[in-house]
Design a protein around this ligand. Structure first.
Ligand code: KE4
Length: 435
């Protein structure tokens, strides 16, 4: 069955809105991922969303596979979340003083992610990773941090680094404004490469404060860990007295109630969270062992602060979301839908004679335009970016909103149905056949 011909797909209003936005905001957006830079054209300006649906200002209705880049696992405008936020707002929006909602959210997180004994709420994933790195350096008295190419941890200066010369594994600035002094303590390695991390620990023995990684990478597209890799990294950190930080901003509460660390049975020393934990409002979290977290001001000496940290509206949305995920976990259904989608996209690409890989964990998935499996950034960098862009625009014109970059994972929600997944597959079959 092929997809129905698209209703007239118009972008007249989004085009005008984008022009206006670019007059006042760099690139017309407040985060570059939204600017469609990787696929070209004009981004859609969204008017509202509900369940699996996005509605843009031109009246286009689209099946949403971004989910706000991860947070909307229960679907947009979930009535329980909306009610919780409206109730909180009726009592005021921010007090700059402690509230019981912060403790309620903290208890839920500790209950769902056992490696987290204590935590600090912040306002974004970036703040969470920045703070976790500072804590690891403060706790160990060491300077160097190991990160991996293709892993993204937010716009933290010390983590906005690219691989330096092949010999040195020390990072070099990957953005103007990041100084050599900042990036010189960042060691950047190939992901899923155990010998590389073993030699880095040998080369910088006693100097590594922390290793930070996405346990399932979403930021080069979906790249699961090689068998045994996470356990080996865990053992290396333990042997060398380095802090293992799992950046679960994307995977936390996404791939399991307890995130990737539950799925793979690994206990990190610190975990960072974001996205789902705020139910679509700004919440980031860093947390882990009590002996580490008690070194954070005012319990300890590692400084970190935030005016809106633990904001009552954001904690209300997070509490409502996590309670639903804890009490009625959607993960089995999400995995079945993911299998249906992944198989269908692969069949459609194969029928169209297109070299591809589908890589998935639960409800995060990527269709790579690549003849080989993607294990690391070197592999990912070989993807056919133009073919992805053509696929993206074909899908969006047929009412399916995929992530606007080959190097992002798609996400879907508990409100997506087998019928919507089938509709998506039908559209993909037509679009891929026409490439
Ligand atoms: P935020 O500062 O954007 O809340 O979180 C940064 C971050 C940290 N760690 C991981 C694993 C992440 O995926 C992110 C942010 N993810 C991107 C999309 N892959 C957010 C989209 C955007 O930047 O607009």
């Amino acid at each position: 069955m092929t997809s129905s011909p698209p209703a007239a797909f118009s972008q007249a209003k989004s085009t005008a809105a984008f022009e206006a936005a670019r007059r006042r905001m760099p690139g017309g957006v407040n985060s570059p991922a939204r600017a469609f830079g990787a696929v070209g054209g004009t981004p859609l300006f969204i008017e509202r969303a509900n369940g699996p649906w996005l509605f843009d200002i031109d009246g286009n209705q689209l099946i949403d596979y971004i989910g706000s880049w991860g947070p909307m696992i229960l679907g947009h405008a979930h009535p329980v979340v909306m009610e919780a936020v409206q109730q909180a707002a009726s009592r005021g929006t921010s007090f700059g003083a402690p509230t019981e909602g912060e403790s309620e959210l903290a208890e839920l997180i500790v209950d769902m992610v056992p490696s987290i004994e204590k935590l600090r709420l912040v306002n974004s994933g970036t703040e969470a990773t920045m703070s976790a790195i500072r804590l690891a350096r403060g706790a160990t008295g060491r300077d160097k941090v190991i990160k991996f190419a293709g892993n993204y941890h937010g716009h933290v200066d010390s983590l906005l680094v690219a691989a330096g010369s092949a010999a040195a594994t020390l990072g070099v600035p990957d953005s103007p404004g990041v100084t050599a002094g900042t990036s010189q303590d960042t060691v950047i390695l190939e992901h899923n490469d155990l010998p590389a991390i073993q030699s880095a620990f040998a080369q910088f023995d006693g100097e590594i404060a922390a290793v930070i990684l996405e346990p399932i990478v979403g930021n080069m597209g979906c790249v699961p860990p090689e068998p045994g890799y996470l356990q080996a990294v865990r053992e290396l950190c333990s042997q060398h007295g380095s802090i293992l930080i799992f950046d679960e901003v994307m995977t936390g509460f996404r791939v399991a109630a307890g995130g990737a660390q539950q799925l793979y049975g690994i206990t990190p020393d610190l975990t960072t969270l974001g996205k789902i934990v705020g139910g679509g409002l700004p919440v980031g979290v860093y947390g882990g062992r009590t002996d580490l977290m008690d070194q954070v001001l005012p319990a300890g000496k590692v400084f970190q602060a935030g005016t809106l940290s633990g904001n009552p509206l954001a904690t209300a949305a997070g509490i409502a979301t996590l309670k639903m995920l804890r009490d009625e976990p959607p993960y089995q259904t999400l995995d079945q839908l993911g299998q249906q989608l992944g198989d269908g996209l692969s069949r459609a690409a194969a029928r169209a004679g297109i070299e591809h890989q589908v890589q998935r964990v639960g409800s995060m998935l990527t269709l790579f335009f690549n003849s080989q499996p993607v294990r690391n950034w070197t592999d990912a960098d070989r993807c056919d970016r133009q073919r992805f862009a053509d696929y993206f625009w074909g899908m969006i014109r047929h009412g399916v909103y995929m992530p606007c970059s080959q190097f992002e994972a798609l996400f879907f929600s508990a409100t997506h149905t087998p019928e919507l997944i089938e509709q998506t597959i039908d559209v993909a079959a037509d679009v891929l056949a026409a490439l």
